[in-house]
Design a protein around this ligand. Sequence first.
Ligand code: THG
Length: 389
Amino acid sequence: MSPNPTLAISNRLRSTPFTGRVKQHGAKAFTVYNHMLLPTEFASLEEDYWHLCEHVQVWDVSAERQVEVKGVDACKLVQWMTPRSVANVDVGRCVYAPLVDEHGFLINDPVALKLADDHWWLSIADSDVLLWAKGLATAGKLNVSVREPDVWPLAVQGPQAQELMARVFGEVVKDIGFFRFKPLPFNGHLFNVARSGWSKQGGFEIYVDDAHLGAALYDALFEAGDDLEVRSGCPNLIERMESSLLSFGNDMNMNHTLLECGLDSFVDLTLDVDSLSIDALRAQQQRGLDRKLVGLAIASPDGPAPAAIDVATNFLLSSHGESIGRLGSQVWSPRYGQQLLTVMLEKAFFIDPDGENTLKIQMDDGSHQAAMVMNLPFDFKAAGILAQQ
Ligand code: THG
């Protein structure tokens, strides 16, 4: 095998209207997400991180595909799929709506946008929701159409995102509330613009449904944002771990239940909703959990080396030869001087709330390091972990 294998890009690994620009702007790595290219790194993970926290970036997140559910039974199908009540969601709202199967296992964790009373987009993470939704609609004889429209979301993220968006779309962007969207014109075409995005630095997502105008919009953002130091970027592993934004497929997958992932915090399981998973989730709530997703923090003030953990080669985390659970994601946080990990921790290692909250974790060099076990979302302040830069 070649030491640096590359990805052979064909039509099965779909490009986006922005791929050419993203490459020109120096994308160093891509992943494949929903069978589509998603950039993962530009200058370097760390440089991208500081830039995102200080300025503004434009992200090609086209791989967040839309599964459109449209027709008189649209709300019914969406409610079957998610245990989160969608009964009182207004048109123009986004809701984080984990999709769960009849046994309580996660299918995906999309942002759901209500475009009209009979019209939803599920803005999905990486799994084939289209097939699941079509199967349910067919078997359930629902009166809906389910398809994947050509929509390529562009995210504008960072503290200067609102300023940049106001220059391109007008002051009206300031009136868009968190997790709400409005159709706004660009060159005479209406794009849905939401205040959302997969970072906690603030920002917007533009649901681009015209490839040609989308490319012009990308260029317009760069022309308008020159003095704001706008750059091409992408969801940043450091920022999203510090912000505890979960990545389906990494931190958790279809083998994990909503409750094991702690995503029941977004759902009221006492409500009477007609959802496939509700009985299974209530039963699991009664039984209690055998494992749960937690965060680990390992103090590494000088950087991740030498005692790093490589996610690709450490499927399970161990402590003195015993497996403690499945490793989800791992990154070194330059802000906190900590390695941050997510792990699906086995019950035997659950921490007594009044006791010691550290576990000794085996690192790649064979040494053991003390890891603080933290509930998600990470609360660094409460844990006494201070920003060191
Ligand atoms: N935006 C859009 N589509 C997406 C994502 C996105 N699809 C894939 C992936 N990201 C879906 N997963 C998430 C996970 C978390 C959030 C959004 C999408 C998120 N969570 C906030 C939080 O946890 O604080 C807010 C949740 C809430 O208040 O409801 O933003 O990013 N279009």
